[in-house]
Structures are given as C-alpha cells and as structure tokens.
Ligand binder design. Structure first.
Ligand code: HEC
Ligand code: HEC
Length: 161
C-alpha cells in the first residue's frame, strides 16, 4: 500500500514538472490569411466576390493530367441531372458549330478504360474538376517551381551539398 501511495505521489510530481517545463508561447498578434486580424470570436466582413475572368484565352496547364481551367464565365449554365449546358457546346458532336474545345477522349472511358459512344457518367458534372478563375491576390505565398524551370537553372543552384 505504501509503495502504491509513493508511486502515485511520484508520478503526480513528475506530471507537475512536465507542466512547468512547457515552453511559453509568445503572444503574437493574431493573423490568418482569410480572417486577417479579426479575432476568432468576431465576424469578419466578407470580401467582395471577384469577377470571373472571361478572356476566352486558353491558359495552358501547370502539370500533366491537370483538368484545364475554364477561360469563360459559366454563370447560369444549367448543370444538374436534367440538363448539362456545358455539353451543348463541348460535346464532340457540337464543337463544329460552337467552336469549343471538344471534351477529352478520356471523358468517354469507363474506369476499366473502355471507350463508349457516350460521355462517361463519372465525367458528367464538369465543375467537379473544371473551374473558372478570378484574378485575385493569392491568400498564401507559393514558391513552387516547375521541374522545367529547375532544369533550366545552372547546376550549382539546385545541387545543394
Ligand atoms: C456557349 C458555348 C459554351 C458553353 C455553354 C460552355 N463552354 Fe467551355 N468553352 C467554350 C469555348 C468557345 C471555349 C474555347 C475558349 C473560349 O473561347 O472561351 C471553351 C473553353 C473551355 C475550357 C478550356 C479547355 C482547354 O483546353 O483549356 C474548359 C475547361 C471549358 N470550356 C469548360 C466548360 C464547362 C465546365 C462548361 C459548363 C459549366 C462550359 N465550358 C460551357 C464554349 C462553351
Ligand atoms: C473527374 C474529373 C473531370 C470531370 C468530371 C470532367 N473533366 Fe474534363 N478533363 C479532366 C482532365 C483531368 C482533363 C485533362 C486530361 C485529359 O485530357 O483527360 C480534362 C480535359 C478536358 C478538356 C480539354 C480537352 C483537350 O483536348 O484539351 C475539356 C474541353 C473538358 N475536359 C471539358 C469537360 C466537360 C465539358 C465536362 C463535363 C461534361 C468535363 N470536362 C468533366 C477532368 C474532368
């Protein structure tokens, strides 16, 4: 019994020591990329919605297999189980009159890679993968460098040893 009490006291003391040893977190002013300096308990003023970029210029891809971003407005285009406005222009049978880029062949394949004559159901809701863009200031910084750009740099720069 005595040893048990001693053990309990010892472990309590050990816990207290850990609690005391906690480093003190410096009290930095609160800042969040979305909320700014508004404290968590208060409501922020919502930023204005940025206008959708509508330049009709294809943007190119940042990586292989990226779903291309939409270079035009899609406001009020019906896209639900009853109708798909995107296909009215982008279906392979429609592109001659619409001048739109035909949906990729991959969109006609099922998950086994079999190509069929109609759009694959898993590609029906286009905006799952394709999104319009707005010209806004990024919320967080980004130092991403594409592999092509790394290859172009002199060797000394990317071989840190
Ligand atoms: C009125 C016809 C029309 C409709 C409707 C339409 N688009 Fe487009 N889309 C175009 C045309 C034309 C282009 C070629 C670039 C341009 O002129 O904007 C294009 C370009 C695109 C591109 C870029 C393709 C690439 O290779 O970079 C994507 C992605 C796209 N549209 C997706 C959509 C989605 C998703 C919808 C439905 C929400 C939609 N579009 C509805 C006509 C249309
Ligand atoms: C599950 C994700 C996904 C969905 C859903 C989807 N796409 Fe795509 N789309 C992609 C990817 C990834 C690519 C680029 C790679 C490729 O060609 O398959 C692409 C490519 C495209 C392209 C460019 C084709 C080219 O030759 O450059 C167009 C246009 C397009 N999609 C339109 C659509 C439309 C319209 C819909 C809805 C009917 C749709 N996509 C649904 C992922 C998707």
């Amino acid at each position: 019994m005595r040893t048990l009490i001693a053990l309990v006291i010892a472990s309590l003391l050990a816990l207290a020591a850990i609690a005391i040893a906690q480093p003190t977190v410096p009290n930095l002013p609160f800042h969040d990329s979305l909320r700014g300096t508004t404290p968590i308990g208060e409501e922020t003023r919502a930023p204005l919605l940025a206008p959708t970029e509508n330049k009709d210029v294809i943007r190119g891809l940042n990586y292989a297999q990226q779903p291309p971003t939409i270079p035009h407005k899609i406001d009020n285009y019906q896209l639900d189980k009853n109708a798909n406005r995107c296909l009215a222009c982008h279906a392979r049978s429609r592109v001659e009159e619409s001048g739109a880029v035909p949906v990729a062949v991959s969109h006609y394949m099922d998950r086994e890679g079999m190509v069929s004559g109609h759009l694959s159901p898993r590609r029906y809701f286009c905006t799952q993968c394709h999104v319009p863009q707005a010209d806004t200031k990024p919320l967080v910084g980004n130092t991403f460098v594409a592999v092509e750009d790394i290859k172009r740099q002199p060797a000394s720069k990317n071989q840190k040893r």
